[in-house]
Design a protein around this ligand. Structure first.
Ligand SMILES: [Zn+2]
Ligand SMILES: [Zn+2]
Length: 154
């Protein structure tokens, strides 16, 4: 990957730089993501927290979830743009919102999840697998990404 992955919030107070390619990219069509973004789905690139180099302050907001698992969205306190999520209280991995990249086309989904609640008009490309709910990470992630994930949680 030659392109630098950088992004930030709408007002510019928070900027971030990603130190590598993501481990994996989710396109999530669940109802939580639809409500919380006000859109059809969310695009999340999964990174080890220490590969997300942030300048500026961010503030977490606790989101209610259908599952009851904790979900914190980290936002710019000034413009409230959502920059990344942490799920299940696991601070080692950040789910970075691809729409906040300077070039959001730089990353595309590796998997579509929770397509049971996908909006009817959204067509899915054949380039990535799609699942009614979640998927088996061990079956889908490349070995290198699995090793990174293991290292992040060790
Ligand atoms: Zn901002
Ligand atoms: Zn979701």
């Amino acid at each position: 990957m030659t392109e630098k992955l950088e992004g930030g919030c709408a007002c510019g107070a928070v900027r971030y730089r990603l130190a590598s390619a993501p481990m994996f990219v989710h396109c999530c069509h669940c109802r939580d993501c639809q409500r919380q973004t006000g859109s059809a789905f969310v695009l999340n690139a999964l990174f080890e927290a220490d590969r997300v180099d942030v300048s500026g302050e961010v503030a977490p907001s606790a989101m209610p979830t259908d599952s009851g698992r904790p979900h914190h969205v980290f936002r710019c306190p000034k413009c409230a743009t959502a920059l990344w999520s942490e799920y299940g209280g696991r601070t080692q991995v950040r789910f970075v919102r691809i729409g906040t990249l300077d070039n959001p086309s730089a990353l595309s989904p590796d998997v579509h999840i929770y397509v049971r609640s996908k909006l009817r008009w959204v067509g899915l490309p054949p380039s990535a697998p799609a699942f009614e709910e979640y998927y088996d990470v061990r079956k889908l992630w490349p070995a290198e990404s699995l090793a990174r994930r293991k290292a992040a949680f060790s």
